[in-house]
Write a protein that binds this ligand. Sequence first.
Ligand code: ADP
Ligand code: ZN
Length: 527
Amino acid sequence: MAGGSETSEAVQVLRRVFGYDAFRGSQQEVIEHVIGGGDAVVLMPTGGGKSLCYQIPSLVRPGVGIVISPLIALMQDQVDALRALGVRAGFLNSTQDVEERRLVEAEFLAGELDLLYLAPERLRVEQTLSLLDRGKISLFAIDEAHCVAQWGHDFRPDYLALSMLHERWPEVPRIALTATATGATHTEITSRLSMGGARHFVASFDRPNIQYRIAPKNEPKRQLLELLRTEHAGDAGIVYCLSRASVEKTAQFLVENGIAAVPYHAGLDSRMRAAHQSRFLREDGLVVVATIAFGMGIDKPDVRFVAHLDLPKSVEGYYQETGRAGRDGQASTAWLAYGLQDVVQQRKMIDGSEGDDAHRRRLSAHLDAMLALCETVQCRRVRLLAYFGQESAACGNCDTCLTPPQTWDGTVPAQKLLSTIVRLKRERGQKFGAGQIIDILLGRKTAKVVQFDHDALSVFGIGADLRDVEWRGVVRQLLAQGLLAVEGDYGTLVLTGTSGEVLRGDREVPMRREPEKAARAAKAKSS
Ligand code: ADP
Ligand code: ZN
């Protein structure tokens, strides 16, 4: 960094107002660029320090910095934190009554604010726009900018209106920020916000202190307890579950086993939620079991682990949630357990989701990418960063690097399984899920097998050389490789356009060996 920048106004504000010695990463470059009146698109991982990138220019440039954020629940806290530093900040959102709003508007018009946080839907109200017209604006900051991307995992229609900012106030610089953007999302942000002339600042998305691990799910709560006892005794952490019911059950299970844990989900009343959140921030070593709603914008530096007991819906979501671990840079764990049931359940949710086909295709693509990450035999970090368009070398700090998975040639089992599906369709026009198909392969005469005469099929019992869990692994990996698909309410397994290559013997199917199976094999050898 140039010697002269030492005394720049930005550096002075950093020290005087925020009490920090130096900028991190590309913060200073971004800040100087925006102070100079330029537009900026900033991609920086969680904890990278995005807030200062718009807060400092707002303090240095004349006028009020307008921050657009969808995180309404956090605005009060953000504003309180800034006020504690002596920054004149306020917010406008739907949680306020008329009186509170009027007060903030008066402060804005009187030039008594440095920063004004706005929920995006406020900009649909003409009153807000004319308010902004009457004050002096120093910049627009568009936080969580990926929300403007329809291709992204968290699209919000209100964000589409933000292209209007530039049309209405062309001279005001804009800075769009996000911690999660694939190449496609980045491109979409740029075009939807008409930021073609902006400078782009793309930080590395790598979080080297986070150890990524993905395990097959058998007894998730037990597996979690084992992880906490052996590696994270007394540590603060977040456990994510998909449903409120499993949040409750898991929290209770942990408490029964002597671990300080509290539930957090939208079904709890808001006072209890707030109480649990503030305990998490203040206390050492509390575990919060939550649905994904928990953790956005929460700045707790010493979260030592993030555990997922259910499969996240997208790689972006997974990256964002795991990113809440280890903001202090210390070693942390991101642990995920997933099983075939997760895939079936999510497919079902996608099939039943509202919205058009394009929307469903998008959700499917997100799920497929997540599955591919789970079943990869490559370094998890390499895959994760590649998803965000960044190249890297094997990290040495993920499960596949630390205990390289053995692979095996799964071509024959894949052929057996796919041809079973072919037969079922041909003979009955009926569709069946993984359970039935595995029963047939294993030669089990269950009531349902007998009912449909499946014990008379030529494939009945041809898969007895593998166990149930191994067949489930085969199904998951075929799904992850796009050689099989799930559809409908009952998790019906169907062939894909590429299944034929395997059936014809034109394609080999390498598979990741189940760690449990590998362990069993090793044990058998040693005894
Ligand atoms: P993000 O929004 O990118 O997730 P934040 O802006 O919340 O990150 O910053 C994460 C944490 O790092 C905050 O506690 C913030 O105060 C701190 N921080 C940001 N920039 C600096 C800096 N230059 N020096 C020290 N701490 C910083
Ligand atoms: Zn690795």
